[in-house]
Ligand binder design. Structure first.
Ligand code: NAP
Ligand code: G4F
Length: 319
């Protein structure tokens, strides 16, 4: 039975990836950092089928112990300070977890067993002020937030350990992916949750920042399949994962509100508080390498994603 360690098990992607690996017959070890209250909402429906252990990307010793004890064949490093606006408020913490945390995990692998296959959760935020459209594995990076800068470090240290120590260290450059399990502060979930609240008469408005920002949004459940496929290849590499389509925040609002028979113009209020010091205006992927090499295709369309999220929040609030 192959064993996989997933950091960030309590997050959106950690929960979908664990489900995928369980279905494939893996023993799954999920790493969660210690907190005073347990936050297992996303994994509680299968928590008895995995082993959850304490560990923290800021603590080298905890990572070494984990690898020594559980002897994984694959490590998926999904843990990060992943919310872009917070990275301006806590830039040093973001660098410590999201950048240096990658080095700590790579060092742990190098010391314990350099044959362990490693996946790094890199991000389209690295493209930032985009140097070309669409963005591929060869597009130069121009990050626009401390988070993006930290992810560029995480990407290059992964490539560096691959080249320096011949390690199977792969970087997945994933464009935005969403789901009903997305954190409430990210724009897609903020919108779907607001639509459900407005529809049920619990709130009257939704305050948002830049409605013209464009993202290449896919479904998280499709994207974790790509992570797994990357670690099944003969050689480590870098892969861009996205849909190849882009949509604005405004379009997301239009579809989400219309799905609940509402007109977004009556409820959405623009609020400067949600504007960023520097914005990423346009992200759109060129996932042709993943299509060819991994035979990976997203299954859920943009419209299906939006309506799935609204339906899920409506059902949750009705319960
Ligand atoms: P998420 O829901 O925010 O989950 C992040 C996870 O990291 C949580 O489990 C969190 O634990 C954990 N974590 C934070 N700091 C930690 C630390 N010091 N030590 C150990 N664990 C820590 O993020 P996601 O959307 O699932 O994304 C997964 C990864 O993909 C992240 O690295 C993200 O930056 C990257 N990524 C995401 C997207 C996207 O669109 N979702 C796109 C590209 C790349 P708590 O629950 O305790 O906070
Ligand atoms: O949903 P967002 O906060 O996601 P963002 O910044 O693109 O980051 C997410 O995707 C990255 C991949 O590219 C990941 F690496 C990262 O970890 C995270 O998962 O914002 C999307 C867009 C931005 O342009 C933002 O300015 O929506 C715009 N926006 C407009 N109003 C808003 C709001 N974003 C948020 N969070 N809240 C608003 O009220």
């Amino acid at each position: 039975m192959p064993t996989a360690i997933i950091t960030g098990i309590t997050g959106q992607d950690g929960s979908y990836l664990a489900e995928l690996l369980l279905n494939k017959g893996y023993r799954v070890i999920g790493v969660a950092r210690r907190s005073s209250t347990v936050n297992y909402e996303r994994i509680e429906h299968f928590v008895d089928d995995i082993t959850v252990v304490q560990g923290d990307l800021q603590d080298q010793g905890s990572l070494l112990s984990l690898l020594e004890e559980y002897k994984p064949t694959e490590v998926y490093n999904l843990a990060a300070q992943s919310f872009v606006p917070t990275s301006w408020n806590q830039p040093a913490l973001t660098g410590d977890v999201t950048a240096l945390g990658v080095t700590r995990m790579l060092e742990a692998i190098r010391f314990v067993n350099s044959k362990i296959r490693f996946y790094q959760a890199s991000s389209s935020e690295m493209f930032g002020k985009v140097m070309e459209v669409p963005q591929s594995e060869d597009t130069p990076f121009y990050p626009r937030s401390p988070y993006g800068v930290a992810k560029v470090y995480g990407h290059w240290i992964t490539v560096n350990y691959r080249e320096s120590f011949d390690m199977f260290a792969t970087s997945g450059i994933l464009f935005n992916h969403e789901s009903p399990r997305r954190g409430m502060e990210f724009v897609t979930r903020k919108i779907s949750n607001a639509v459900a609240n407005i529809k049920l008469g619990k709130t009257k408005e939704l305050r948002l920042g830049n409605l013209e920002a464009q993202r290449d949004w896919g479904f998280a459940g499709d994207y974790v399949e790509a992570m797994w496929l990357m670690l099944q290849q003969d050689h480590p590499d870098n892969y861009v994962i996205g849909t190849g389509e882009t949509h604005s925040v405004r379009e997301f609002c239009e579809i989400a509100f219309a799905h609940a028979d509402l007109d977004y113009k009556e409820f959405v209020v623009m609020d400067e508080k949600f504007y960023r010091p520097a914005e990423v205006d346009l992200l759109i992927s060129d996932p042709s390498k993943a299509r060819m090499a991994l035979k990976w295709e997203p299954a859920v369309s943009f419209k299906e994603l939006v309506t799935m999220m609204v339906d899920s929040d409506l059902a949750r609030l009705k319960r």
